[in-house]
Design a protein around this ligand. Structure first.
Ligand code: FAD
Length: 365
């Protein structure tokens, strides 16, 4: 994990703000990271991946999140696809797709539609199987990383249940159109993915077809939630570091900002937020690695807490930096925009609260 982190540090350097402004991470950055397996480094060594545990993956994800949330978003998406293949793929699919994902192919995951955001049961995309072929029709929105992706994992209706199918973006009938000017994570390649009667060999359909959609998506979303939570930890670290360094050196009223108590309070709250979010993420990762079913709720808690703290922490960091941080191209300004999106994705803050409220009632009554 340390080697992987050093490699990403060297690759990103100081380029994250340029990528953010350009709205794209260069292909000669993304592709070599994919070839090294670093977009889904938990893929087991048996399939050619680095084989990190969830705990190791978490610290790596936080490291990437501190450097560049767009790149971390690509990792989250790719990791979700690889995890779906591990959970739902048969042996041949695992052998084929995990190996590809760990050695250069790029991937994105598509649940959302114009009419199905928080409520994924409203999905209208259809997946039908007929002998040795499978057909997909529908339009997915806001698919992170799809502007870079070789494959999109598309969830849809399959008879009375759901299914997931791996769609190559160069298949006839696939159109990928970038979201213009997103608020944050501007280089994460969010796009609309249109699927007009896309016909593929049946081997693209993952196992579990026909099971309730909720069963199929929960495990993949749990992976995504934990990844986003660690990404938020990274943002909190970047903000805490930038705020502390600035407050220690900039003087007003004859002393460093950090010695003004109201500024110091921002630094203290950032410190606690980063520490607490880290502990919740570590706890969820440990439960995941230990195979405990409690990892599902722990991941929702970690994501909800880390995302709301990242929003508050980025706001505090901009406040401490003030005019020095209030410019496009500053790490805290970027975090301020990126963090807000973390309260929307992989289950918004409200959806997380609903899930946690339900858990609380089950636990305490
Ligand atoms: P809506 O569902 O319309 O919700 C609007 C507001 O109402 C939200 O605040 C929500 O919390 C609240 N709300 C909705 N229902 C309830 C309720 N029952 N109780 C209380 N409040 C409620 N999708 C993908 O499939 N793949 C991706 O890779 C992907 N990446 C994304 C990246 C970004 C940056 C963003 C912004 C979105 C991405 N999405 C992706 C879509 C994302 O999953 C949805 O935006 C999210 O599920 C919310 O759906 P919505 O935007 O339609 O909001």
């Amino acid at each position: 994990a340390a080697e992987a982190a050093a490699r990403v540090s060297a690759t990103v350097g100081t380029a994250a703000d340029d990528w953010d402004r350009a709205g794209r991470i260069p292909d000669d950055v993304v592709r070599p990271l994919a070839e090294a397996g670093l977009l889904c480094p938990d893929v087991p060594a048996g399939f050619g991946g680095p084989g990190l545990t969830m705990a190791e993956l978490g610290e790596f994800t936080a490291h990437v999140g501190a450097l560049c949330s767009s790149l971390r978003s690509l990792m989250t998406s790719q990791g979700m696809v690889a995890w779906a293949v591990r959970k739902l793929g048969d042996q041949a699919q695992q052998e084929q797709y995990l190996r590809r994902l760990a050695t250069g192919a790029t991937a994105a995951v598509a649940f959302s539609e114009a009419g199905a955001g928080s409520d994924l049961s409203a999905m209208g995309t259809t997946i039908t199987a007929d002998g040795d072929r499978v057909e997909v029709t529908g339009t997915k929105v806001w698919v992170t990383g799809s502007a870079y992706a070789d494959l999109v994992l598309v969830f849809g209706r399959y008879g009375a249940g759901g299914a997931a199918v791996l769609v190559p973006t160069d298949a006839p009938g696939v159109t990928v159109t970038r979201v213009a000017d997103p608020l944050g994570c501007r280089a994460a390649g969010h796009s609309e993915v249109r699927l007009d009667g896309v016909v593929l060999p049946a081997g693209h359909l993952l196992g579990g077809a026909g099971m309730p959609l909720e069963w199929l998506v929960t495990s993949v979303l749990t992976y995504g939630r934990l990844s986003v939570a660690w990404g938020c930890v990274g943002m909190l670290r970047a903000c805490a570091s930038a705020a502390a360094r600035h407050a220690a050196t900039r003087e007003q009223f004859g002393k460093p900002l950090a010695e003004h108590q109201l500024v110091g309070r921002h630094l203290a709250e950032l410190h606690v937020a980063e520490q607490a979010a880290t502990r919740l993420c570590e706890h969820a990762a440990r439960l995941w690695d230990g195979g405990s079913p409690d990892h599902v709720v722990a991941a929702v808690s970690a994501k909800h807490f880390a995302a709301t703290q990242a929003v508050a922490g980025a706001s505090s960091a901009v406040q401490v930096l003030a005019s020095a941080g209030a410019v496009d191209g500053h790490v805290v300004a970027r975090a301020y925009r990126d963090a807000k999106l973390m309260e929307i994705i992989e289950g918004s803050s409200e959806i997380s609260q609903l899930l946690l409220a339900r858990h609380s009632v089950a636990r305490w009554t």
